[in-house]
Every structure is written in C-alpha cells, then in structure tokens.
Design a protein around this ligand. Sequence first.
Ligand SMILES: Nc1ncnc2c1ncn2[C@@H]1O[C@H](COP(=O)(O)OP(=O)(O)OP(=O)(O)O)[C@@H](O)[C@H]1O
Ligand SMILES: [Mg+2]
Length: 255
Amino acid sequence: MDLLSVKDLHAQIDGKNILNGIDLSVKKGEVHAIMGPNGSGKSTLSNVIMGHPKFVVTKGSISFEGKDVLELSPDKRSRLGLFLSFQYPFEVQGLGFSKFLFSAYKARFPNKKISVLDFQKLLKSKAEALHMTPEFTKRELNVGFSGGEKKRAEILQLMMLEPKLAILDETDSGLDIDSLKLVAESVNRLRGPDFSAIVITHYKRILNYLKPDVVHVLSEGRIVASGDMSLADELEANGYKTVLQKSAMGRGAEK
Ligand SMILES: Nc1ncnc2c1ncn2[C@@H]1O[C@H](COP(=O)(O)OP(=O)(O)OP(=O)(O)O)[C@@H](O)[C@H]1O
Ligand SMILES: [Mg+2]
C-alpha cells in the first residue's frame, strides 16, 4: 500500500485553478524530489496535502496510509504523521519556540508521558545535532531568525516530531554550504522504513546528498515528467525547456 496517494488532484485559490490533475504515490521509506519552474504549483501541492484552508480541492483525492485525509484539519493530519517544512516559515510573536515545540510534541505523541525536563533534554540534544545553541529555542518562534536559521528551526521541528512523511519545501534555499550538508545528513539519519519525504527544490545539490528514489517535474499544476536522478542532471544541464517540450509532445500524441 502507498503511504501517500494523490489522485487526479485539482485545487483552486480565489477561483483560480492551480493544480490541474496531480497523481503522486509515495511508498514507505521512499524519498521523492519535486522540481519545477517558479509558480508551477509546488508549494500549493504541499499546502493542499497539509490541508491549508485557503485552497479549495475541486476534484481528486489524497489518502495517507489508506485513509482519506481531505476532510481532516491540518492539526489532525500532522497527528497522523504528516509534516511540512514551510518555504517561508512564519514569525510568531509572543510564542516561545520551545513552548511551541512542546505543545506540538504532545499533540503528535498523546500517549508519551514526557516531563518538561526530559523534553528539554531531548530538545537540547536534537538542537545540538543541528549546531543550534540552546538560546535559540528560548526565543520567540522564528522572530528575527535569519533565513537559514528559520530553515534549521524547521528541521529541528522535523527531528522532534518524527513524522512518517515530511514535505520539505525548498528547505535548501538560503542555507549556507555547511548547513545544507548538516540538514541533508539529519534527514538521511531519519531514513528508514518508517520515514518518507517529498523534497521540493530548485537545485541538484541537496539531491546529491539525499539520493531520491524518484524525481518529478511539476509544470502548470501537473507532473509532466518523472524519473531517477538523471532527470535532475538533465534539468541542471539544459534547464526546463527540453523536458517540458518532450512532455508537451507526449501529451499531443495522446490526443
Ligand atoms: N493566495 C494566492 N492568490 C493568488 N494566486 C496564488 C496564491 N497563492 C498561490 N498563487 C498562485 O499559484 C501559483 C503557484 O504558486 P506556488 O507557490 O504553488 O508555486 P511554486 O511552484 O511553489 O513556485 P516557487 O518555485 O516560486 O516557490 C502561482 O502562479 C501563484 O501566483
Ligand atoms: Mg514554492
């Protein structure tokens, strides 16, 4: 059974069609990469999978572990083990980072009885693994964090919440070379039969570390090509033009 199964997904925002029939299946333990031009719908797809209320699903289905999630709130989806690392993490004034993480942790693992002290110890060890000082987690969530610090804060959440499926929306953008390697290594350490990921990126560099099982290209709200790492190599070498032309020719032949 697929861990995530997206079928013929269509979605709109403010009456404008953004996703025009997405089919995507992610199995347990797999890492998929999604590439695609700016504005092609990658972040929209992530938001729709997480249940962002702004987007209206007009057709199609999303199931996670065989369960239809379309009617579930984002909160419920994250409890099931879905996680999104935002392309643009929000600054939340007045909400302490560690306090936020503690509530998120309790919501994700309602049966784990963890004391505040043990939670703090766990958080400290995970933060250190990401070379984040404990002072960080005492600050307000993302407030005044640099671009790269926000991305690392997202990965810290990922490591604490141990999702079954993590969607990383351009987590690599804005990370310095060492941080990128650190983040990729952290994600690689999570890899195993109970962890899958969808990695959205514009660049091959992070994929060299993560070695995705499948690479997809999204264009105008559709997946127009899927393949292995050689697809990412081709895009890096030639840009999107050739891949998009091939797919348009393929669609022409279907008609
Ligand atoms: N709130 C909104 N109102 C109007 N249009 C929107 C809104 N949100 C997204 N869109 C449009 O949906 C399209 C897809 O946007 P999306 O953010 O999913 O692209 P993307 O593939 O993630 O691009 P990028 O690589 O730049 O991050 C864009 O044309 C965008 O302008
Ligand atoms: Mg985006």
